[in-house]
Design a protein around this ligand. Structure first.
Ligand code: NAD
Ligand code: WQD
Length: 337
């Protein structure tokens, strides 16, 4: 019999791609989202793309009653917990909202899971928990740091999960994502920022389509191949397949596991802009500006542990990431709006 997975934040960028892959792999899916950074449209499209049904609850993570109802109505095997606020800059302006939404929301979810006897979870963490890395590539045993309230929420939730695992014997996979980009091959679901994008890739595709006048490169004086920031971009479909491997891991092995999900290869800002120029055949205007506060030169994952223990490696390359991002942008110039 197929397993039932509760996906929190399932209408969001990564969550919608995860729901699509879970349905394609014949999992039963129950979704919780409050649409604070997404819309129903993503889920409608997932339904059309897969031709499969799922159950959706418009509920806030912090709504105990709402969560209790979900656990009462469904026999949930595992939870994939994506729901959260994720903008680094905004978290500096609104720390209370970030701690309340991400940390309190996660605590309510964990409490209701425990009450319902659901003790398996895959949690969306982030490379941000490494703060300023001492060396690259970064392995899971590297020293942790945190430079902003958003990063601290991830750091705190990781430690909360470790304590729950010890006390209550949960089975947990914590996934530290590097830089998720790209879209489903159809170009029908993708990243749809509500406002001016914080991340590089949506900004570049918006500049290519003419929504933005130019891209500002945040510093070209880093100690990297061309002076611009280097990151480990990972295709969102590869990323969500790592979650399915994690569910499979929890079927076999008990305890708490932490994995980086990245490709192990660094790509500079200039290389990423060139990749989008190539696939879009658009001339993208670029202006070099100062470094962005809090940025570091290079962040690249050592993902060998995920390869060894999950049997997972990233399959998509930079061209795939650029092509799928551009297809999504071209088909949806205004996102889901
Ligand atoms: P997203 O904003 O597109 O998706 C998050 C979803 O959670 C949204 O649909 C939002 O409406 C929902 N949500 C937020 N707070 C909620 C609440 N209190 N109750 C119910 N629903 C709520 O973001 P994403 O890029 O898909 O990220 C998913 C997860 O992955 C987040 O936890 C994020 O921190 C983490 N992550 C993202 C990145 C990235 O670059 N995209 C990198 C590392 C980690
Ligand atoms: C990538 C590179 C910028 C925009 C952030 C979060 C991290 C994680 C992923 C959630 C950097 C440069 C960017 C622009 C630019 N999210 N850049 N011009 O900062 O690596 O990571 O998203 O967990 O926590 O911090 O990603 O896409 O913002 O930047 O030159 O307009 O592009 O300086 O070198 P980042 P990013």
């Amino acid at each position: 019999m197929s397993q039932t997975i509760l996906v929190t934040g399932g209408a969001g960028y990564i969550g919608s791609h995860a729901v699509l892959e879970l349905l394609s792999a014949d999992y039963e899916v129950v979704i919780l989202d409050n649409f604070c950074n997404s819309s129903k449209e993503s889920l409608d499209r997932v339904k059309t793309l897969t031709g499969k049904e799922f159950t959706f609850y418009e509920t806030d993570l912090r709504d105990r009653q709402g969560l209790a109802t979900i656990f009462k109505n469904h026999s949930i095997d595992s939870v994939i917990h994506f729901a959260g606020l994720k903008a680094v800059g905004e978290s500096n302006e609104k720390p209370i909202e970030y701690y309340e939404n991400n940390v309190v929301g996660s605590l309510v979810l964990f409490d209701e899971m425990e009450k319902a006897g659901v003790r398996k979870i895959v949690f969306s963490s982030s490379a941000t928990v490494y703060g300023e890395p001492e060396k690259n590539p970064i392995s899971e045993t590297a020293k942790l740091g945190h430079t902003n309230p958003y990063g601290r929420t991830k750091y705190m939730i990781e430690f909360i999960l470790k304590d729950i695992q010890k006390a209550k014997n949960w089975d947990i996979v914590i996934l530290r994502y590097f830089n998720p980009v790209g879209a489903h091959a159809s170009g029908d679901i993708g990243e749809s920022p509500n406002d001016v994008p914080n991340n590089l890739l949506p900004f570049v595709t918006q500049a290519a389509i003419g929504v933005r006048d130019h891209v500002t490169i945040f510093g070209d004086d880093y100690d990297t191949i061309d002076g611009t920031g280097v990151r480990d971009y990972i295709h969102v479909v590869d990323l969500v397949l790592g979650h399915i491997k994690s569910l499979e891991k929890l079927d076999k092995d008990k305890g708490l596991f932490i994995y980086n999900l990245g490709t192990g290869s660094g790509v500079s800002v200039k290389e990423m802009i060139d990749a989008i120029r190539e696939v879009s055949k658009k001339d993208i205007k670029v202006v070099v500006g100062p470094r962005r506060a809090g940025d570091v030169g290079e962040v690249v994952a050592d993902s060998t542990l995920a390869e060894k223990e999950l049997g997972w490696t990233a399959q998509y390359n930079l061209k795939d990431m650029a092509e799928s991002s551009w297809r999504w942008q071209e088909k949806n110039p205004k996102g889901y709006a």
